[in-house]
Structure formats: structure tokens, C-alpha cells
Design a binder for this molecule. Structure first.
Ligand SMILES: Cc1ncc(C[n+]2csc(CCOP(=O)(O)OP(=O)(O)O)c2C)c(N)n1
Ligand SMILES: [Mg+2]
Length: 324
């Protein structure tokens, strides 16, 4: 029974990682066809995102993600249709009614809060939500994410400091992919691990292999338990790989070598987990085909649905900006 449950759980992890990858790939195609204005990719971060998000209680805990977190929002319950509606700025987009930039995910019912485009501003927001929860005595955990480049910003340090002082139920999740657009980590900071900085704020910092979904999941489960006990925050640094350019507006061939990309591709988290599940006898050909077919159908359905959906009515342009 337990083994069966574990296997179902592992296959669900795999499905979510594959779904995130497939949706992401479709977004790039739509961008190159001129149908989507901007794409910023989760590719290479899927294990980190799905492993972390599956440790949270969807619709109960609060999530303040950043632009790469497609795998997170799908795991929390956003549908492929909702994701595509936002990408194409359609009226039905649950993030903002077609106002926000793509990848600025939010969802009221799922307690997903939009970040703003200046990187790192979401981190103090997450701490504020954690403080509100503590004051109200709510049993929630707040999870927030950002890249390693962003981890050097003042907002992030101030947020971690307050969370440490007040022992807030916040998980700081740094997705370290080695680059802040074109700037490699060695030119961004004088330490090897972002997680080392947690010591300066009085809570644990943990480094995990962000291409290993099980390792990330275990570390996040421990951080969730700690936060629910009232023991305060944890900083988790997931070492990820960035398998695409920074965004659809970037050309990474101008600053990284083919060898660098090849080394990152060898760590592809989706391929790694698929290989693991196959070698353990958990994923056979028939199951894989079924999962991949269902995903293909969902991605096609979401694309068609969003393409056909109406744009916001120009008469509503001031909605959400001025009180009506
Ligand atoms: C305050 C601010 N400075 C600069 C930018 C431009 N910018 C957007 S993403 C980014 C890189 C962030 O790198 P990192 O935090 O490592 O995240 P990654 O994209 O690698 O996941 C920069 C510099 C911005 N959006 N906001
Ligand atoms: Mg980065």
C-alpha cells in the first residue's frame, strides 16, 4: 500500500515536471510565432520548483514566486489554460485580467501573490505575509523564491533579517542557476553558497542539488515543519541549471560558451528524474506514453483556448488602476 502511494507520488512529481517543461517549450514557439510577447523560462528549474511546491499545502499556504516559477504555480493548482491566458494577456487571465507582464504569476484562490518586475521586491512582501500570519495565529507557511543574483539585493537581506528576528514562518528559496542574465556567479558575490548568508540572520541555510527533485522535496518538507512548529525561517539554496537564454529577449551565445551549456544540459532535471524512475522500474514505456500524451493534449487545449479567448475590453483599461 505504502509503496503504491509512494509510486503514485513519484509519478505525480514526474508529470508536473514534464508538464512545466512542455508548456514552457510551447511558450517559446508562440513567442517566435509572434503570438506571445515575452517568455522567461523554467527549463532547468523544474525539479527545484516541483520538489519545493509539493511540500506545501496548496490553497492553504502562501506562495510568492518569481518569474521562473511555472513549475511552482502548476503544482499549486494553476491550470495550463490559466497560464496561457496570462501569457497572451487575455481578459480571462486570473493573474491580472491581462494587465501584468507574462510570468508575473498570481492567483487569489490559490494564495499566489504576484511579484513586481524589480527583482527581489517580492521577498519583503512574503515576510509581511508571514508577519500577518504570526500576528493572527494562522497556521500557514509562506514560500518565496528568487535567483542568486537577486539574493544580493538589499530588499532580500532586510527581509531575511526581520524574519530571523521575529521567527516568521517563511521559506526563502533561492534558485541558483549560476547567472544573473549575462553575469556569472563569480562576478556577483564573494561566497560560493547563497545559503551561507542565513547564518548572518540566525536561521539555517541549506544547499541542495536543485536538479534532484527528491532532495529538494525533503529539504523543503523539513523547512515547512520547522516553520509550522514556530521555529522560524529557513533559507534553501537549490543549485539549478539554466537551459535557455535568460529570456526570449536575450541571446546567451554572446556570453556563455557551448561547453557551459552542454555541461548544464547534462544535468537536465527532467531527464535525470525520468532515468531514475525508469531504472527503479517505476516508469515503464506505457505509463510514460500515457503521461506524455495527456500533457500534449493539455498543452494543445490551453493554447487553442487562450488563442480564441477575447482580449480585455479597452473600456476597462483603468480597472485595477483607479477605484471605480
Ligand atoms: C531591481 C532590478 N534590477 C535589474 C533588473 C533586470 N533583471 C531582470 S532579471 C535579472 C537577473 C536576475 O538574476 P537572478 O536573480 O540570478 O535570477 P535568474 O533570472 O537567473 O533566475 C535582472 C538583472 C530588474 N528586473 N530589477
Ligand atoms: Mg540566476
Amino acid at each position: 500500500m505504502k509503496q503504491e502511494r509512494d509510486q503514485t507520488h513519484l509519478l505525480e512529481m514526474y508529470r508536473l515536471m514534464r508538464l512545466a517543461r512542455s508548456l514552457d517549450e510551447r511558450m517559446w514557439q508562440l513567442n517566435r510565432q509572434g503570438k506571445a510577447p515575452f517568455v522567461i523560462s523554467c527549463q532547468g528549474h523544474e525539479a527545484a520548483q516541483v520538489g519545493a511546491a509539493l511540500a506545501l499545502r496548496a490553497g492553504h499556504d502562501w506562495v510568492v514566486p518569481y518569474y521562473r516559477d511555472l513549475g511552482v504555480v502548476l503544482t499549486m493548482g494553476m491550470t495550463p489554460r490559466e497560464v496561457m491566458l496570462a501569457l497572451m494577456a487575455k481578459a480571462e487571465d486570473p493573474n491580472s485580467g491581462g494587465r501584468q507582464m507574462p510570468a508575473h504569476y498570481s492567483h487569489r484562490k490559490l494564495n499566489i501573490v504576484s511579484h513586481s518586475s524589480p527583482t527581489g521586491t517580492q521577498v519583503p512582501h512574503a515576510v509581511g505575509i508571514g508577519l500577518a500570519a504570526q500576528m493572527r495565529g494562522d497556521d500557514i507557511v509562506v514560500w518565496t523564491a528568487y535567483g542568486e543574483g537577486t539574493s544580493s539585493q538589499g530588499d532580500v537581506h532586510e527581509a531575511m533579517n526581520l524574519a530571523g528576528v521575529m521567527k516568521l514562518p517563511v521559506i526563502f528559496f533561492c534558485e541558483n542557476n549560476g547567472y544573473a542574465i549575462s553575469v556569472p556567479q563569480r562576478k556577483q558575490m564573494g561566497v560560493e553558497n547563497v545559503a551561507d548568508r542565513a547564518a548572518g540572520y540566525g536561521f539555517p541555510g541549506v544547499v541542495v542539488d536543485g536538479t534532484n527533485v527528491l532532495e529538494v522535496h525533503e529539504a523543503t518538507m523539513a523547512a515547512v515543519e520547522r516553520a509550522r512548529r514556530g521555529d522560524g525561517p529557513t533559507l534553501i539554496e537549490a543549485k539549478c541549471v539554466r537551459l535557455t537564454a535568460h529570456s526570449s529577449d536575450d541571446n546567451d551565445r554572446t556570453y556563455r560558451t557551448a561547453e557551459d551549456l552542454k555541461a548544464m544540459k547534462a544535468q537536465d532535471p527532467v531527464v535525470k528524474f525520468e532515468t531514475y524512475l525508469t531504472s527503479e522500474g517505476i516508469l515503464d514505456d506505457a505509463t510514460k506514453t500515457k503521461i506524455l500524451n495527456e500533457i500534449k493534449e493539455a498543452v494543445n487545449d490551453a493554447t487553442k483556448y487562450a488563442e480564441a479567448a477575447p482580449l480585455p475590453d479597452p473600456a476597462t483599461v483603468k480597472r485595477y488602476v483607479f477605484a471605480e
